[in-house]
Design a protein. Structure first.
Length: 124
């Protein structure tokens, strides 16, 4: 999602649009809709388009909603910076949502039994 694409994503029936746009060269970025009835506030937008943090007020609770699009490379640095930002905000309740590249990767083998290509899940 790039800043120039936001106008195409605006759709009031889906709710308020929050984005963390990518730079012009790369294909990344985050977009999320929150229902109008749910009180929400933008807390942090990563300049690389990889992190979007929102405060959402649920009945009797304030929740930090952290949406991420994790990189394939430099993951230790990314997660270290993410952790520091979450700690800095001192929020007790938070939800982490997104594509977490560090959990699992698909490792493609060139030849399995009988010469077929196979995909295997490998824990990183």
């Amino acid at each position: 999602v790039q800043k120039s694409d936001e106008k195409y994503l605006e759709y009031s029936k889906l709710g308020k649009l929050f984005t963390s746009p990518a730079d012009k060269k790369k294909k990344k970025g985050i977009a999320v809709y929150i229902k109008e009835e749910i009180k929400s506030k933008l807390v942090f937008v990563d300049p690389d388009g990889r992190i979007l943090m929102l405060e959402i007020w649920l009945p009797h609770k304030k929740v930090l909603c952290v949406l991420i699009y994790a990189p394939n490379e430099k993951q230790q640095e990314f997660y270290k910076n993410l952790h520091e930002k979450i700690v800095e905000l001192e929020q007790k309740i938070f939800a982490l949502l997104g594509i977490l590249m560090w959990l699992w990767i698909i490792e493609r083998t060139i030849k399995g039994k009988r010469g077929r290509k196979r995909d295997y899940l490998k824990h990183v």
